[in-house]
Design a protein. Sequence first.
Length: 100
Amino acid sequence: MEEGSSVSEHAIKMSGYTQRLEQLECTIPEELKIDRVLQSLPPSYKSFVVTHNQIGSTDTITELFAKLKAAEVDIKKAPPLRKVRGKEALQEGGGKRCPC
């Protein structure tokens, strides 16, 4: 999934892949489907993935997509993260560098 793209579109695409495999008589366990979806998410969903894995969720793929759709709203509202180079970070305001 590309950063900033729709979770709903991604869910449809991933569901299509699993349906196609099932048509070819390749059964995929629910847990593997969920793992593959979580692995395909962009970095902005990292905290969602970590939380999902830490609580040991037993969601179905449908429940996971519903939770991702809810998380998408919060992720799109959040300001973008600032990149930090080396051990220097940009200060708020003047853009001056400070050693960290």
